[in-house]
Design a protein around this ligand. Structure first.
Ligand SMILES: Cc1ncc(COP(=O)(O)O)c(C=O)c1O
Length: 454
């Protein structure tokens, strides 16, 4: 574990105001330098394994610019749907750069994954006959998702309950599936499992590795199959609270290396590659949501209402998840006021923080909601007619670059077929003093980056 550290916004108040003037709040902000630093730290931790590769979990942050940065650093992509496959293809990832891990899989998703040459990671043995109908010849390498059932524990701590999870094949099904795949001409097998989510326990990957390495050795002996890779998937957590220590990824890598040396090397399987599909650990701390305080309200509690809501960041409403909040420009001010920090949805769980100690807030303040770089914007939705926010990248050369424009009313009304809409939307915008469609950025690629104040 590394020591807890205070959370700082990635930009000053002045820089955030400059961005907000160009692209109004709320917006998600990503820090390119931090993304690159984290990937490299991860790669160093697993450099002992020759075939090591991170397949970034696209679902965590499906943005092509961010995927492009990760691809440039050597990552592949873990996709779970048609749209995610298209995104990954468009950043130039194909063939074995792609892992396709889905469950309840539409046939067209499989067709596209096959066409792109993705490694298929099967969630169930029943998918084998389905794929017989889609494949002319089976690929040389196929992966299987393992669910050991029961509970998954590290020492005496129960970490999760795979026996209740919908994913993966049972242990007997693994042997049967490998046999069926070998009969179909598959030559190399991958083994995958995702048993615990958002864990700060450094023992998780080493323990999972022991389980998968042992299973791989058994499968090799039972069926004679060649094991190409073991995919430990995602699940490593981050300290959402300032008081939590961060996972020491180098220690995690060393723990997996020790398990590898104990189980795979002596079995003559020292050439097995280690794959990961981290989402949260890699990107969550490299992103934040910047929002503005609209109203302060004193009733049975003191409320601060923001212009962001659960539609921009669902985790607090959905899981009661903690996200640290700082007030821009008052990062070091005493936290001597207590607020429920809310969005404007007609849902009482639309609260980014409950009874949170913060410096005194004023309408117009900018706040930074930390650690939203993964499973943040991606989980957005349109309840109450709210629009999804823009995504902006702080580039290594000190600029702010629009990498996804904010949703517009045109997007919201596009599927409804209301007469005159979306054409007439400017007349409504004008009534409310909003920028017209012509003044809104419609193409992130055409939008000039903003040079930020020091
Ligand atoms: C198959 C798979 N791989 C990887 C991930 C990424 O997980 P995390 O962001 O917790 O690392 C997920 C997340 O849901 C997943 O479903």
């Amino acid at each position: 574990m590394t020591l807890p550290s205070p959370k700082r916004p990635p930009v000053s108040l002045e820089a955030a105001e400059a961005i907000a003037k160009r692209w109004p709040t709320p917006f998600h902000l990503y820090d390119e330098a931090e993304i690159r630093r984290r990937v490299r730290e991860l790669q160093r931790a697993f450099a002992w394994n020759r075939g090591f590769r991170e397949y970034f979990a696209v679902k965590a942050t499906p943005n092509p610019t961010l995927l492009g940065i990760l691809a440039g650093e050597g990552c592949g992509a873990d996709c779970s749907s048609f749209a995610e496959l298209v995104l990954a293809d468009r950043v130039g990832l194909r063939g074995h750069d792609l892992m396709f891990s889905s469950n309840a899989t539409p046939i067209e998703d499989y067709r596209l994954a096959i066409d792109l040459g993705a490694i298929l990671n099967l969630d169930d043995i029943s998918h084998i006959p389905v794929l017989d109908g889609l494949l002319e010849t089976w690929p040389e390498t196929v992966s299987l998702r393992f669910n050991p059932g029961g509970v998954f524990a590290v020492t005496t701590d129960i970490m999760d309950n795979p026996g209740e999870a919908k994913y993966g094949l049972t242990r007997p099904q693994l042997t049967a599936a490998v046999g069926q795949l070998l009969e179909r001409g598959v030559k190399r097998i991958g083994l995958h499992a995702f048993l615990v989510s958002n864990t700060l326990a450094e023992a998780y990957y080493p323990k999972l590795a022991e389980l998968l390495f042992g299973t791989a050795v058994e499968l090799q002996r039972e069926t004679g199959c060649d094991i190409a890779f073991i995919n430990l998937s995602g699940g490593i957590g981050i300290p959402y609270r300032e008081t939590e220590p961060a996972v020491d990824i180098a220690a995690v890598g060393a723990g997996v290396e020790a398990a590898f040396a104990k189980i795979l090397s002596p079995a003559g399987m020292g050439d097995v590659a280690i794959f990961l599909e981290l989402g949260r650990w890699l990107l969550a701390p490299a992103g934040c949501l910047i929002a503005r305080v609209l109203h302060l309200k004193d009733t049975h509690r003191r409320y601060a209402g923001l212009d962001a809501c659960a539609a921009n960041l669902m985790r607090p409403a959905m899981y009661g998840a903690y996200h640290h909040i700082t007030v821009l420009g008052r990062e070091d001010a005493p936290r001597d006021h207590v607020y429920d920090v809310t969005g404007g949805l007609c849902e009482n769980n639309d609260k980014f923080a409950i009874q949170r100690e913060l410096p005194e807030l004023r309408p117009g303040d900018l706040v930074c909601i930390h650690d939203t770089g993964a499973h943040g914007h991606a989980m957005g939705y349109n309840y109450n007619g709210k629009l999804r926010s823009a995504e902006i990248l702080l580039t290594c050369d000190g600029r702010a670059r629009l990498i996804r424009r904010a949703e517009r009313l045109e997007d919201y009304f596009a599927t409804l077929g209301i007469s005159g809409l979306p054409g007439d939307l400017d007349s409504y915008r004008e009534r409310a003093g909003l920028r017209t469609a012509a003044d809104l950025d419609s193409d992130p690629l055409q939008t000039e980056p903003l040079v930020l104040p020091e």
